[in-house]
Design a protein around this ligand. Structure first.
Ligand code: FA5
Length: 343
C-alpha cells in the first residue's frame, strides 16, 4: 500500500465498501449472507488486508486512511447485522409456514372395525345357553354324508334325503357333503359324550338354494340338543319359550306346530308371535329313538329333544330386515346399524 496517494487509497477503500454493500444487500438467505461477510469483511477481504498494512503507510496517512477504513468496516458490519436480522426473520417465517397445520382440513377417517351382526347374535345365543348350563359344540363344515344324513335317520333311498338341496363333494365316492344343517354335530356329540347332554351347536351350513330375499346358499344355524332322563316335550316347549323371550322380548310366546323331520319324533315347527303375527322360527322335536340308538344311547333310560334355527332369519325377524342379502353381503350401510364399521 505504501507509495500510493491518499486519493487512490480512499478510492480502493470505496471500491471495497461498495462491493461489500452490494454483496450483503443482495444476499437472499443466511448462507449467502455469511459467505458475503467472509469475502468482504473476512481476513482475506480487501478491507482487512488494507487494515493489516496500515503500519507501512506514511505517518501522515495513517490517521485519515485508518479512519476511513474503520468507517467502511463499521458500515459493512452494521449492514451485515441488519441483513442478518432480516434474513433470520424471513427464515423463521418460512419454517413456521412450512410447519403450519391447517386445523380446518377434514379429518382422515379411519373407520373402526366391528363385529358382524351374525357373530353378535351367535355370541348372544351362546351366552343365553351357557347361562342355562349348556356347552357349545362345534363340528366341521365339510361333513360325512353318514353324519349329515344316515345317522339322522335319513338313509340314501329315503325321500327326506331330497328335503335339503345338498352340495355333494367330488369324487362322489368320498361320501362328503357340505353340511346342510348343524344336526351332524348332534351326532358327533352323542357319539363322544354320555348323557346327560346339554349342548348347542352353532355353525355355517350350506344348501344349493338360489340367493333370493329369503334364501342364501351359505347360512348359519344354531342347534340345541338335550339328552337326559325323563326329558319330555314340556321341557322342549319351556326351553323354546325362554329362548324366544331372551331373543325377541319378554312378551313373545312360542308355539309348536306339527311337522316332520326324520331325526325327531314327534316333530314340530316353532313359531313365535312377534309384532302381531305368527312367524316360523325353526324346527324341533323329541330326538327319534332310532337316532339315540345309532349313537349307542340307552333309550329305556334316556330321551331327548332337539331344535334348530337359522340365524339370518332370526336377525331378519328381530330387526325387520326384509331381504336376507343385506345380512350376508356385508354392506356397511346395513352392518353399521349393529355397531359395526365406523362413520
Ligand atoms: C333343519 O335344518 C333341521 N336340522 C332343524 C331341526 C333341528 C329340526 C333339530 C328338528 C330338530 P330346516 O331345513 O327347516 O331344518 O332349516 C332350519 C332353518 O334354517 C330354517 O328355519 C331357516 O331359518 C334356515 N334355513 C334353511 N334354509 C335356508 C336358506 N337357504 N337360507 C337361509 N336360511 C335357511
Amino acid at each position: 500500500m505504501s507509495g500510493k496517494s491518499e486519493e487512490s487509497l480512499r478510492a480502493e477503500i470505496e471500491v471495497g465498501r461498495v462491493a461489500g454493500e452490494k454483496a450483503l444487500a443482495s444476499a437472499t438467505d443466511l448462507e449467502t449472507l455469511k459467505s458475503a461477510k467472509q469475502s468482504h469483511l473476512g481476513e482475506k477481504s480487501a478491507i482487512a488486508k488494507m487494515s493489516q498494512s496500515l503500519g507501512s503507510l506514511d505517518a501522515s496517512l495513517k490517521a485519515p486512511i485508518g479512519k476511513v477504513l474503520g468507517e467502511a468496516r463499521n458500515h459493512l458490519n452494521e449492514l451485515f447485522d441488519r441483513r442478518l436480522a432480516e434474513l433470520t426473520l424471513q427464515r423463521d417465517r418460512e419454517v413456521i409456514e412450512s410447519e403450519r397445520v391447517d386445523v380446518t382440513l377434514p379429518l382422515r377417517r379411519n373407520p373402526q372395525g366391528g363385529i358382524h351382526p351374525l357373530t353378535l347374535i351367535d355370541q348372544e345365543i351362546a351366552d343365553i345357553f351357557i347361562g342355562l348350563g349348556y356347552r357349545v359344540m362345534e363340528g366341521p363344515e365339510l361333513e360325512s354324508a353318514w353324519l349329515n344324513f344316515d345317522a339322522l335317520n335319513i338313509p340314501a333311498d329315503h325321500p327326506a334325503r331330497t328335503m335339503q338341496d345338498t352340495f355333494f363333494i367330488e369324487p362322489i365316492e368320498s361320501n362328503l357333503v357340505l353340511r346342510t344343517h348343524t344336526s351332524p354335530t348332534q351326532i358327533r356329540t352323542m357319539l363322544t359324550q354320555d348323557p346327560p347332554i346339554y349342548v348347542i351347536c352353532p355353525g355355517r351350513t350350506f344348501r344349493s338354494d338360489e340367493l333370493d330375499a329369503t334364501h342364501t346358499p351359505v347360512f348359519s344355524q344354531v342347534e340345541g340338543l338335550v339328552v337326559d332322563e325323563g326329558i319330555s316335550m314340556a321341557d322342549l316347549k319351556g326351553t323354546l319359550d325362554y329362548f324366544a323371550k331372551q331373543i325377541f322380548g319378554e312378551d313373545v310366546v312360542a308355539r309348536l306346530r306339527p311337522s316332520y323331520f326324520p331325526f325327531t319324533e314327534p316333530s314340530a315347527e316353532v313359531d313365535i308371535f312377534f309384532n302381531g303375527r305368527w312367524i316360523e322360527w325353526g324346527g324341533c322335536g323329541m330326538v327319534n329313538p332310532r337316532v339315540l340308538e345309532t349313537c349307542g344311547i340307552d333309550t329305556a333310560k334316556y330321551s331327548g329333544f332337539a331344535f334348530g334355527m337359522g340365524l339370518e332369519r332370526t336377525l331378519m325377524v328381530r330387526h325387520q330386515v326384509t331381504d336376507i342379502r343385506a345380512i350376508v353381503e356385508g354392506d356397511l350401510r346395513f352392518t353399521r346399524r349393529f355397531g359395526m364399521g365406523g362413520r
